[in-house]
Design a binder for this molecule. Sequence first.
Ligand SMILES: C[S@@+](CC[C@H](N)C(=O)[O-])C[C@H]1O[C@@H](n2cnc3c(N)ncnc32)[C@H](O)[C@@H]1O
Length: 237
Amino acid sequence: MRLGTFYGIGVGPGYPELLTIKALNRLRSVDVICYPACRPGAGSYALRIVRELVGERAELKGLLFPMEREMERLVPIWKDSVAAIYDDLSAGREVAFITEGDPFFYSTFVYLYDLMRQLHPEVTVAVIPGVSSVMAASVRAGVPLAMADERMAVLPATYEGAFLKEALDRFDTVVFIKVSSVLPKLIALLEEMNLLDRAVMVERCGSAEERLVRDLATLKEERLNYLSLVIVRKEER
Ligand SMILES: C[S@@+](CC[C@H](N)C(=O)[O-])C[C@H]1O[C@@H](n2cnc3c(N)ncnc32)[C@H](O)[C@@H]1O
């Protein structure tokens, strides 16, 4: 039996129109579309983006990607996912794994990619890039990320405060991802550095629930959705 190809497909930040033609063609031709689910039976943001466009051809399979950080618990779960995908590939089926944004940009797909190549080097793995939330949110907010000789950084806001401050000191634009659990701390730092009015928050960019907030002080008491980021462009244009 010919071994199927494993595709890692970036489906963009939310707007179905930002799916690339290559991603759409592949999603319409594969036999199985796997999507990340934070618990068994849970829905998926990535699946919502493509659901209407892909038709009924492919079997849809949720693969468990719990929202936790303990590698000891996560690795066996990822290995189970790789085993399930490999079963389909061994039966000659083409399998896609969809990921929101870009698959090589802070995406859990990379763990599947590494494990598949390590455990089953005979499998062909093809990755199709997607429009990252960082790119889409900057356009949505009307805040260019970098121009001319400017420098930009992207980092998880979950880093210690000193690292966040260092990035803000050194770079012209800083994009903080994973802000939801640490927003009050980030707001306090931006206040301390006199940068609060240079920040914009974009939540669930590209979805029907999208929200853009320029006055971050109004968010102090809020718990944002996990799919939220903050762009700080230091210089006014
Ligand atoms: C694990 S990273 C995944 C990044 C993704 N691969 C990409 O290219 O956009 C998750 C973080 O990306 C940001 N993010 C992803 N999608 C987003 C969206 N639609 N709107 C706003 N932020 C988003 C959030 O900061 C979130 O905590």
